[in-house]
Ligand binder design. Structure first.
Ligand SMILES: C[S@@+](CC[C@H](N)C(=O)[O-])C[C@H]1O[C@@H](n2cnc3c(N)ncnc32)[C@H](O)[C@@H]1O
Length: 232
């Protein structure tokens, strides 16, 4: 499964879907073609990407199913207008900002499919602190890059350790194999940074190094939990 297929696979059948930051319009296309919704509100903050969605979806004859809107985030969506919203291919911090700036709208959306390109820890932390539950999550790998696709619904959840902002608790509980690969890679990257910090003589590096050591300790504990599960 690739990134786009994973995003689409998490969309529940609904009446109206919003595709926020539609760009080429591929999510909207897949949602209509797979009968996942009756209509898509395809939005983008920039004219160029929105125009490419208009061209593409018109060319393939789907324009009558799409309401194209120019504007930022959920500011151009009305309260109770959409059942599900996809916000994919943007930074995690921006996705959190979009949810926060239009709380009146976001609280009326039944489910969000969120796919951050960066800062996933900021997004997961936002979800934990703002009464969302991650009801499903997928990890996919494309060209050496790992993507996480989150389905978030209303309902509070408890985060027992900060490491779960960075590492998906949902996928860890399922002992997802690709997540294990991701965790091991994170340990390697942290170890290389630690080695560089230890070689440098700067004083404030000690704090950074301690944080990284602590993180790697937790990550190694996670790897061990996978091994224990395999041995049981
Ligand atoms: C990399 S593309 C992702 C396209 C598609 N969602 C996907 O995942 O394949 C990001 C798009 O988000 C749009 N964008 C960035 N900030 C936005 C915002 N605040 N509201 C709506 N769209 C935004 C950009 O113009 C761009 O077209």
């Amino acid at each position: 499964m690739n990134r786009l297929e994973a995003i689409v696979s998490l969309i529940d059948k609904c009446d109206i879907l919003a595709d926020i930051g539609t760009d080429h319009g591929y999510v909207a296309e897949a949602a209509i073609k797979n009968n996942l919704c009756k209509k898509v509100i395809a939005t983008d903050i920039n004219k160029g990407p929105l125009n490419s969605a208009v061209s593409h979806l018109t060319e393939i004859g789907l324009e009558s199913f799409i309401d194209f809107r120019l504007g930022g985030g959920l500011t151009i969506i009305n309260e109770n207008e959409v059942d599900c919203a996809v916000i994919a291919g943007m930074g995690g911090e921006l996705i959190a900002k979009i949810l926060e700036e239009s709380k009146n709208v976001s609280k009326t959306v039944k489910s969000f499919i969120l796919q951050p390109m960066t800062n996933i820890d900021i997004l997961r932390k936002y979800l934990y602190y703002n009464d969302y539950t991650i009801s499903e999550e997928l990890i996919v790998k494309e060209y050496h890059h790992y993507y996480f696709i989150i389905k978030a619904v209303k309902g509070s959840s408890f985060c027992e350790d900060n490491i779960f902002y960075e590492i998906s608790k949902y996928l860890f509980d399922k002992k997802d194999k690709l997540l294990l690969e991701y965790i091991k890679r994170a340990i390697d990257i942290n170890s290389k940074i630690l080695a560089n910090l230890n070689n440098s003589k700067k004083q404030d590096n000690t704090i950074k190094a301690d944080k990284l050591k602590n993180k790697n300790f937790k990550l190694e504990g996670m790897v061990k939990a996978y091994e224990d599960k395999r041995n049981n």
